[in-house]
Write a protein that binds this ligand. Structure first.
Ligand code: KIV
Length: 289
């Protein structure tokens, strides 16, 4: 926030509903630690998601499947400490909510109580609709996630767009409607044709946040590392890079390494000194040993 900007008030679900009603796009971004949360806050986004994409972007796993509840909680707590204004969504990892309503509630309560999440996100339709309803009844606001659901990408045939036939599109729309009916407060729609989103959005009263889902969603979400060019690896078709921080970071560390090797760093101004008489006294003390 600039020195002269008015302080922003905390984002609320009612505020997001008002944005949807006014046709004002909602901005969501992922964050995984304290500095990325502070950046998202300073940039004025509406919603921050501690996505289980953290498994790949910051923990080095090759999919979102292995990340644990404790790993996600540690990252989510760090993000919470960096946020004031945006809503905070915690992503329940694969295997932490599917087995039963009781398991889902116990996991979600940890994200709310221990990590301070405002909402939790769970993936898929099907049995997840029951979990969503149970969570909402337990007082925990829920974000649904349909289309490409990375936790079950293998079952979907890989990381590929979903809903590309009329029948498949109808299945995505039916999942979305069921999740809304279960009480979800928001929906993420990932990697579906723009036509599917255009058909879906007018059917839902809850905000629809798209990622690779065209321009008709009520808002957009991108992964922090993707949009800032921090991720060493191929990005999905829908990613737009707004910066190349990886190249900038490598250049910075290379410059540091070169200066350490040449002796240019540290210079006098990077160090401390002692009064001349104390230095002289030290010399005497050492000489007297
Ligand atoms: O984990 C994640 O970052 C997500 C977003 C891509 C929506 O689920």
């Amino acid at each position: 926030m600039s020195a002269h900007a008015a302080p922003r008030t905390r984002v609320t679900l009612a505020g997001l509903a008002a944005k949807k009603a006014a046709g004002e796009p909602i901005v969501m971004v992922t964050a995984y630690d304290h500095p990325s949360a502070q950046i998202a806050e300073a940039a004025g986004v509406d919603v921050v998601l501690v996505g289980d994409s953290a498994a790949m972007t910051v923990l080095g796993y090759d999919s979102t499947v292995p990340v644990t509840i404790d790993e996600m909680l540690m990252l989510t707590k760090a993000v919470r400490r960096g946020l004031t204004v945006p809503l905070l969504v915690g992503d329940l990892p694969f295997g932490s909510y599917e087995a039963s309503d009781e398991v889902a509630i116990a996991t979600a309560q940890r994200f709310v109580k221990e990590a301070g999440c405002d909402l939790v996100k769970i993936e898929r339709g099907g049995t997840t609709v029951h979990r969503a309803r149970a969570l909402v009844q337990a007082g925990i606001p829920v974000v649904g996630h349909v289309g490409l659901t990375p936790q079950t990408a293998v079952a979907l045939g890989g990381y590929r767009a979903q809903g590309r036939t009329a029948q498949a599109a109808l299945a995505v729309i039916d999942d979305a409607l069921a999740l809304q009916d279960a009480g979800c407060s928001m929906l993420v729609v990932e990697a579906v044709p723009a036509e599917v989103t255009a058909a879906l959005v007018p059917l839902l009263h809850i905000p629809v946040i798209g990622i690779g889902a065209g321009a008709d969603a009520d808002g957009q979400v991108l992964v922090f590392h993707d949009l800032l060019g921090l991720y060493d690896g191929g990005a999905a078709k829908f990613v737009k890079r707004y910066a190349d921080l990886r190249a900038a970071a490598i250049a910075g560390v290379e410059a540091y390494a070169a200066e350490v090797r040449s002796g240019a760093y540290p210079a006098i101004e990077h160090g401390y000194s002692m009064p001349r008489e104390e230095a002289a006294r030290l010399e005497e003390l050492l000489a007297g040993r």
